[in-house]
Ligand binder design. Structure first.
Ligand code: GLU
Length: 289
């Protein structure tokens, strides 16, 4: 079976050099290995994703000389797949609704911090304090019936008891040069959000479901997602999904060493193209020869 690669941008802005690097690494790996390259549009966040950005993604990738298989998988068209995975996790007793707003969570964390530092996740955000985990079934039902908004969270401690000792095969490297067999540490993320009242999935859940459904065998993506792989391995184990290899690549940074964002205009592919840079010039800028 040929290896399967995927590039999975979110259409919430225009692509920049960092996306070009990721897309070209995927395309080059697919070419070197006789593999397939799939494109996935991660458009779950309806408030930020726009059709014109999706069109621009196709144009920019084609301009770079990248070809992909069709049909393209658009996450917004597959909500029932994520709902089914969520139900499987719920049936294992690993999912609970949490009703606090972001501001309430910040207050709960601040109250805990009065007694000393509160743990942070690998992205630096405080862990969810877990207060909703202890609501009674009756209280949960009453709050859901009242129409209150909620997030569905993974009971991380219970999930880790079910699937412990996980690791992944890292072909690239993480921020601390981790390579080879990397131990997964999903507990460092606390009770992650898997879905919300109005949205039956989160990034973590849909990426794991889609990588499995699309048969991704080597996930090539930026180092900013290195630590998220711990959560992905846990969800794969809980859902009985196959395990791809991972190749996390260095991030392209701006002149001040900051990670590129979709609003940093000087590194946008459209701006570079308008200024006369060719696709070969983009490759040279990225050190891809
Ligand atoms: N959609 C994610 C992003 O644009 C990438 C997801 C992935 O490659 O796993 O950052």
């Amino acid at each position: 079976m040929p290896p399967v690669f995927r590039f999975a941008p979110s259409p919430n802005g225009h692509l920049h050099l960092g996306h070009a690097y990721s897309a070209l690494l995927n395309a080059d790996r697919a070419q070197q290995t006789g593999g397939r390259l799939l494109l996935r549009i991660e458009d779950i966040d309806a408030t930020r994703c726009r059709p014109e950005f999706e069109t621009a993604i196709y144009e920019d990738l084609a301009w770079l000389g990248i070809g992909w298989e069709t049909p393209v998988r658009r996450q917004s068209e597959h909500l029932s797949d994520y709902r089914a995975a969520l139900e499987n996790l719920s049936a294992l007793g690993l999912v609970y609704p949490a009703f606090e707003s972001r501001a309430e969570i910040a207050r709960l964390v601040a109250a805990r911090e009065a007694d000393g530092p509160w743990p942070r996740d690998p992205d630096g955000a405080p862990l969810y304090p877990g207060d909703a985990r202890s609501l009674s079934a009756g209280e949960r039902d009453r709050l859901v019936a009242s129409g209150a908004p909620y997030a569905l969270r993974l009971d991380m401690a219970a999930a880790c008891r079910r699937a412990s000792g996980l690791s992944w095969h890292e072909l690239g490297e993480g921020p601390e040069s981790e390579h080879g067999t990397v131990p997964a540490r999903p507990e460092s993320w606390g009770d992650v959000v898997l879905a919300r009242k109005e949205t039956p999935t989160s990034y973590h859940l849909s990426v794991v479901v889609d990588d499995a459904l699309q048969g991704a065998s080597e996930v090539v993506r930026g180092q900013d997602l290195f630590h998220a792989t711990s959560v992905h391995r846990l969800l794969q184990a809980l859902l009985g999904l196959p395990e791809p290899a991972y190749r996390h690549h260095a991030l392209i940074r701006d002149g001040e060493g900051r990670k590129l964002s979709k609003s940093s205009r000087s590194t946008g592919l459209r701006e570079l193209r308008a200024a006369g840079t060719s696709p070969a010039g983009i490759r040279r800028l990225l050190g891809l020869g």
